[in-house]
Design a protein around this ligand. Sequence first.
Ligand code: 5CA
Ligand code: ZN
Length: 409
Amino acid sequence: MYAWPASEVPALPGQGRDLRIHDTATGGLVTLDPGPVARIYVCGITPYDATHMGHAATYNAFDLVQRVWLDTKRQVHYVQNVTDIDDPLLERAERDDIDWAALAEKETALFREDMTALRMLPPRHYIGAVEAIPGIVPLVERLRDAGAAYELDGDTYFSVESDPDFGKVSGLDAAAMRLLSAERGGDPDRPGKKNPLDPMLWMAARPGEPSWDGGSLGRGRPGWHIECVAIALDHLGMGFDVQGGGSDLAFPHHEMGASHAQVLTGEFPMAKAYVHAGMVALHGEKMSKSKGNLVFVSRLRRDGVDPVGIRLALLAHHYRADWEWTDQVLQDALARLDRWRAAVSRPDGPSAEALVEEIRDALASDLDAPAALAAVDRWVARQDTEGGTDIGAPGIVSRAVDALLGVAL
Ligand code: 5CA
Ligand code: ZN
């Protein structure tokens, strides 16, 4: 499917930095060294409701990764999926008495609008689960033929014990895995499984549910983890630079995906870094479609909130932190936007070369966007108190925050 239009990324004077970023699998910072074309896979939405601030915060983190790479004059090969068939989508469609495909299409369209308004760079390949099915089926067949998958009442499960590296992405123990599996789409209590953690690869057609041709697997629909593996391997291949998502994807989703890929290719890891964003909460609880405690990007936009202000609100929090969305967060961001706009509208200011380097340093150091914002704040304050005679400086500041932070002043 198509993605959304790209906003321009101004080129900046000087040298970009190599990105040091936290990798969940090793539990520490790694310095990434992508080739001339950096490769990143970011897990996309399950389109049964509108984009909320939690989604936006996670996509903001991976947008920054790309901006750091683009600043080093690399190209970026970015792939994102849309889980346009899965249980939650069918459940919501049934609840609201609408067609599941129409619901997916509507929410994906809204997501595109939100991403465009927030100046998130679009993926080069934006792939729906449904359109990926012809590539998923042969992978499941290969796993089965290799003895890594088994059938249970017509459904096909992956055997986690077939992967010697299982557990290395999340580093969790079996008890923690079991709890999270039950919470996050798994079925650890289903009788007959070899290991309670085994995830479904292919679900046999259920009465009244959509299904597709699964070759020797029979009609059905794909499991969640194999969807992302099939899309990532098809468009990026093994050993790509970053797999990204919110921290709730570390287990089971990214763990299982790494396992599927390990057994399929004999290589580990699928991604050089597993990068996870913190969770945004509202009223003390993780914002989630299932709980309904949501602030939607589209709602704020409809209320006339400047999307650049929304972006600044996201950037004010470190991507790995769990944080709480409040009205104050938004008011602070809008006030900062006002100050920055006034500053770059002035004819001159203090020299901005050092500021560009500070923003680069901050982002290269595990995407420290709050530190980057503080550096811009300091330049704005100096312009206020000391003035400055550099007539190029406001333009440099405006281009730097646009290129590196996606903030169009
Ligand atoms: N379609 C799958 C990934 S393949 C999925 O998790 N979809 S989602 O719509 O539930 O979430 C999309 C992305 O937003 C995921 O990376 C998820 O980790 C992230 N996300 C969801 N809720 C929050 C939240 N409250 N805070 C931060 N990120 C969140
Ligand atoms: Zn995914």
